[in-house]
Design a protein around this ligand. Structure first.
Ligand SMILES: Nc1ncnc2c1ncn2[C@@H]1O[C@H](COP(=O)(O)OP(=O)(O)O)[C@@H](O)[C@H]1O
Ligand SMILES: [Mg+2]
Length: 243
């Protein structure tokens, strides 16, 4: 299990995540939802070690990862796919995957590449192309493949469908399911509500840096007002005349 407790993230001088608690289970897909600016990416950057949390614990089997460098966190089995399919555009797809697997021995790397290409067969004939020449969807596949090369225990995906056409997104959905079915715990940040609810086993909704919902996707579907309140807080509804 991954236990995140009392996580506080500060951007600039402003606290934007106010002591949240999240639980990620192996093999489960956990959605982290919420409107723009709610603090989802800040949470991801804290988990990945890109920005050191101001306070809190990020525990993997009792070991606190908070304060470790991004590389060390990755070595402990927590991989992140950052927002906006960030690949090394000048490098070939093969080299993108090699860089991601640079800690592995030759045989391990070959096996890892084989495994990830099984998930993304459409990358097989793109291996020699610069990653920057690929479509957005293929770049997101490369970004996912990079994270999977090291066989993480937990995978954090910030905006799976960011900038992608619906048909491409539809292609990624079964891949996320297969990743979880391999036992990897997934934290999924996804703006398409129905997609996130359809994929996830558990949902957290973040509103202004606080968890406003912690429960099953079914309960959230049954009570759309919960999401509505998170996306349109009362003060905003008053401002636009909804209340
Ligand atoms: N680089 C930054 N510097 C200062 N504030 C930031 C920065 N990035 C994000 N923020 C602020 O942090 C808050 C949370 O943003 P973010 O974590 O990106 O939310 P989300 O991913 O849910 O849209 C917002 O108020 C945003 O304006
Ligand atoms: Mg974000």
């Amino acid at each position: 299990m991954m236990h995140i407790d009392n996580l506080v993230m500060v951007r600039g001088t402003k606290p934007v995540v106010h002591g949240i608690q999240l639980r990620l289970a192996p093999g489960a897909i956990t959605a982290l939802m919420g409107p723009n600016g709610a603090g989802k990416t800040s949470t991801v950057l804290g988990i990945a070690g890109v920005i050191e949390p101001a306070f809190g614990q990020i525990k993997l089997d009792g070991l606190d990862l908070k304060g470790l460098a991004p590389d060390a966190i990755r070595r402990h089995g927590v991989a992140t796919v950052p927002e906006g399919h960030q690949v090394l555009r000048e490098l070939t797809v093969r080299d993108n995957l090699r860089v991601a697997g640079s800690g592995l021995g030759r045989g391990e790397l070959d096996a890892a590449l084989q495994r990830t290409l099984d998930l993304f067969p459409e990358l097989k004939d793109k291996l020699a192309q610069p990653a920057g020449d690929l479509s957005g969807g293929q770049q997101q596949m490369v970004a996912l493949a990079q994270a999977l090369v090291v066989t993480p225990r937990f995978l954090v995906i910030d905006e799976l469908s960011f900038g992608l056409a619906p048909t491409v997104v539809a292609r990624l959905v079964p891949v996320v399911r297969r990743i979880a079915a391999q036992g990897i715990g997934v934290l999924l940040i996804e703006q398409f509500t129905q997609l996130a609810l359809g994929l996830s086993d558990h949902v957290y909704v973040l509103s202004r840096g606080r968890v406003s919902y912690d429960g099953t996707p079914d309960r959230l579907r049954a009570d759309p007002d919960i999401l509505h309140r998170a996306y349109f807080p009362v003060s905003d509804r008053e401002a636009v005349g909804l209340t």
